[in-house]
Design a protein. Sequence first.
Length: 94
Amino acid sequence: MRTAVSIVLALTCSAASAHHSRAHFLIDEKIEIEGTITEISWSSPHIYVTVEAHDAAGVVQTWTLEGHSIPGWIRVGWTKDSVKVGDRAVVVAH
């Protein structure tokens, strides 16, 4: 049975992340993507998740999402086994 997973990708600004540009993110907007996880990459410095979702016309859209750092995910209880390829996901992102 596929597990529905809710992933919230929050981008926070702090002095420690000052070297990262947020210019390409829509910080003031949230989008919701519902689909299937097709790839997960736990590689430094961030976790990347690829999700395939259907748009309103039924066309498959492929989203590659950048998450927090690996230590950041681990601090909030995530492991490499928290989500798997094939899991259904609802992603809320900026």
